[in-house]
Design a protein around this ligand. Structure first.
Ligand code: ADP
Ligand code: MG
Length: 737
């Protein structure tokens, strides 16, 4: 590695990455509507370009979940190939989401060689129906959590026609990407998309049944919608590349706070730095061409932190789009001389990044079922939907907590900027009061009949009432949708969504039965029975509703008293997956099988251990490679100076400074050794669960001590001795533009 000069010093060869990388890209100034989705091939293109019969077969296959026949597949493949090759694609791949949390792809060229009679060869572009529908990557190098032994290394990818195919551009040729699921020989899910698709199916079935019981007899299907607000940091590429921690772990493992952080509260919604604005324009241009409907962009709270929010879409498509957007963010940032960090807490002491998942459910007419309507029936339906969702979250808050658990998110949750690790629901004053009244029956028939007959005075105002929101809640109702805020910025959203959908599906199934029972037991009207159901569920879910400040210490105590799961860290949260009774609903709804849950538990434990282990080893490396030698140089020079100083006062003062540095130096050396010892101890442990415990309860606290000592060292040493970029440089260099 080349010697690092402080970027703002005159010696620095290249203070900040500059042109040509971040010279203005040549943007075409045509309306977005004219090029939106030009790199995608979805259902509307299928309808337009496919022979009528093939298109009808595809629709049938989609609606009935059946396999496509060979001729249809071939005819679809031919149309897609023609489109892709004409666009400049040379390769195709099945694009899937293994349990690494990232996406994966293996490219194959379209070319095929035909041997002719006189051993001449002809090169052609070929793409068959079977290549479109199924791929067979070697699955042995993907996490399976012990579900598949190496001798059964086969894994299959299969096209998910509900998500549009897209092209990723290259310099000399583009790649056609086919959104796919990934599964093992016995059909076991090896990815994050399959559970989401399964959850969509069961949600549609159970919600439709309930709606029918409610009187919506013509409902055909129901689907969940998602709008995922993505937060991220942008750091100068030249600075990031000098930090092994950023390169290897996505976050800074040490670094003293900058004198200026986010105290001035001037970054949120502030004017976007020109360099970042160029990046955003370029990014959005790519996103639009890929058919991703990004809508909102702004500065976030922390310096160099930003947010991007799309218009919501059907959950499966939105989840794919979020995964694709995260890749695009990184690629475009690099092109602009920056690095995009999606880690939940890349910098200590300043805000981290989340991904608020705005979630709702719609029927096949496109009506948002979490929106109060204009008729009494719609309003009653609205309250019933809220009650069903509350019951789902109440019953399965522990598994929902587990679904968003990661080593990275542990730093963010509860850090006074993000919701705590305790799942509760915020409804807002008006709705909360309605449920309390219904529950207690205090307002009695008056409120009830108002709601049943015509709740115009109450319910339609709800969406207007949501200006004052509770930003501290992990699961908040925001007018016409729930916002699951505990999800981390780097997460693949398919997992938490699948769990939420499964919980809600179970709740719909129970609600249908409960409503039917109430109807047979009671002689009153259906509306009265629905009201009774809402009352019962309001009663049952009382403990999960919380309107107060989720950050407060009192809430931690109160939540415990209420019996809510308080799972502060990933090791505590993932253990939930190991309790069959906690995850039974996933099996019952067929979103995950028993063995799939078991494998996901193992993967979660292993992933945590590996992440922490890499972080600790990187920290040890950095302390040994950077911090200690820097301290030694400073100590040597300072000691040398003591003898050269003329006055005894000067010598005394300098000796004091030296001894302070020396104390920190000794402390660092000792802690380093202890941490090394703990890691050795970890090697001898008999199970991953024991290792997880050691890392979480002993190694992490010790590494925090080590970090604190290194951060003091950074402040004690002369600037020229400190060999890696500092917080102030990383966080504020973009602000100069
Ligand atoms: P606000 O900024 O007031 O929270 P927005 O309407 O801007 O609300 O929504 C924030 C996010 O929520 C956006 O990504 C948006 O598309 C999404 N969203 C809005 N309505 C729904 C819905 N019915 N289902 C899912 N997401 C939604
Ligand atoms: Mg935000």
């Amino acid at each position: 590695m080349t010697t690092f000069h402080r970027p703002f010093s005159a010696h620095h060869p290249r203070a900040l990455s500059n042109s040509p990388d971040n010279s203005a890209p040549s943007l075409n100034h045509v309306p977005i509507s004219e090029y939106f989705g030009e790199l995608t091939f979805g259902m509307s293109q299928m309808r337009e370009k496919l022979p009528k019969e093939a298109y009808q077969n595809l629709i049938k296959a989609l609606e009935q979940g059946k396999k496509l026949n060979r001729e249809t597949a071939d005819s679809i493949a031919a149309v897609i190939k023609e489109w892709a090759v004409q666009k400049g694609a040379t390769h195709f791949c099945h694009w899937f989401q293994p349990m690494t949390g990232l996406t994966a792809e293996k490219h194959d060229a379209f070319i095929s060689i035909q041997h002719t009679y006189h051993s001449e060869i002809t090169v052609l572009e070929r793409f068959s129906g079977s290549q479109l529908i199924q791929g067979e990557p070697d699955a042995s190098s993907f996490p399976s959590g012990g579900m598949r032994s190496t001798f059964e290394a086969r894994g299959y990818t299969a096209w998910d026609p509900s998500s549009p195919i897209f092209i990723v551009e290259g310099l000399r040729g583009h790649t056609l990407c086919i959104p796919s699921v990934f599964f093992g020989y016995h059909g076991e899910a090896l990815d994050n998309k399959t559970p989401l698709l399964r959850s969509a199916q069961v949600l549609s079935k159970e919600a439709s049944e309930f709606l029918k019981a409610l009187g919506d007899v013509d409902v055909k299907s129901v689907h969940s919608t998602l709008g995922a607000e993505q937060e991220y940091f942008l750091i100068d590429r030249e600075l990031a590349r000098l930090r092994p921690d950023l390169i290897l772990t996505g976050r800074t493992l040490l670094g003293a706070p900058s004198t200026r952080g986010q105290q001035l509260e001037d970054h949120y919604f502030g004017s976007i730095p020109s360099r970042v604005k160029l990046f955003m324009e370029d990014l959005e241009h790519e996103a639009y061409r890929l058919g991703i409907p990004v809508k909102t962009r702004h500065n976030e709270v922390a310096p160099s932190q930003f947010e991007l929010a799309p218009i919501f879409e059907a959950a499966n498509i939105a989840a794919d789009h979020n995964a694709l957007l995260m890749e695009t963010l990184k690629r475009v940032a690099f092109r602009h001389g920056m690095v995009c960090l999606t880690h939940e807490k890349p910098f200590a002491g300043i805000n981290g990044s989340g991904k608020h998942c705005n979630w709702s459910i719609s029927n096949d007419k496109g009506e948002n079922l979490l929106e109060p309507g204009t008729t009494p029936h719609q309003n009653l339906r609205f309250l019933a939907m809220i009650a069903v969702v509350m019951r789902a979250v109440h019953r399965h808050s522990d598994v929902l907590r587990a679904s968003i658990a990661s080593a990275g998110n542990d730093h963010r949750l509860g850090a006074n900027e993000a919701p705590p690790a305790i799942i509760s629901i915020f409804l807002g004053e008006l709705l909360s009061n309605i449920f309390t009244d219904i529950q207690k029956g205090v307002a009695g028939q008056a409120t009830e009949s108002q709601i049943i007959n015509l709740g115009v005075s109450h319910i339609p105002d709800i969406s207007k009432d949501y200006t004052d929101r509770n930003r501290t809640s992990p699961f908040a109702f925001t007018g016409n949708k729930f916002e699951f805020r505990a999800v981390g910025a780097s997460a693949n959203v398919s997992v938490p969504l699948a769990i939420l959908n499964a919980a809600v599906s179970e709740s719909f199934r129970d609600a249908t039965q409960d409503l039917k029972n109430l109807l047979t037991k009671k002689s009153g009207s259906r509306d009265e029975a629905v009201m009774e159901l809402i009352r019962n569920y309001a009663q049952e879910t009382e403990t999960i509703r919380f309107e107060g400040n989720n950050y407060s210490v009192e809430w931690q105590k109160e939540a415990k008293k209420r019996g809510l799961p308080v799972l502060a860290t990933t090791p505590e949260a993932v253990m939930v997956l190991n309790r069959p009774e906690a995850t039974e609903f996933l099996v019952k709804t067929q979103v995950l099988s028993r063995s799939e849950i078991q494998s996901r538990f193992h993967i979660a434990v292993e992933r945590y251990n590996k992440t922490i282990h890499i972080e600790l080893m990187t920290l040890l490396d950095m302390v040994q490679g950077f911090v200690i030698p820097a301290m030694e140089s400073q100590l040597r020079d300072s000691l040398d100076l003591v003898n050269r100083l003329a006055t005894t006062e000067g010598q005394k003062a300098q000796s004091k400074r030296v001894s302070e540095i020396e104390k920190t130096y000794t402390h660092i050396l000792e802690t380093l050794q202890k941490l090394g010892g703990l890691l050795e101890e970890g090697k001898g442990l008999s199970s991953e669960e024991r290792l997880m415990d050691l890392l979480a309860t002993k190694a992490l606290p010790l590494s925090a001590h080590l970090r604190t000592a290194c951060d003091s060292a950074e402040s004690l040493l002369g600037d020229k001795y400190w060999p890696i970029p500092k917080y102030r440089e990383m966080l504020f260099s973009n602000a100069l533009s």
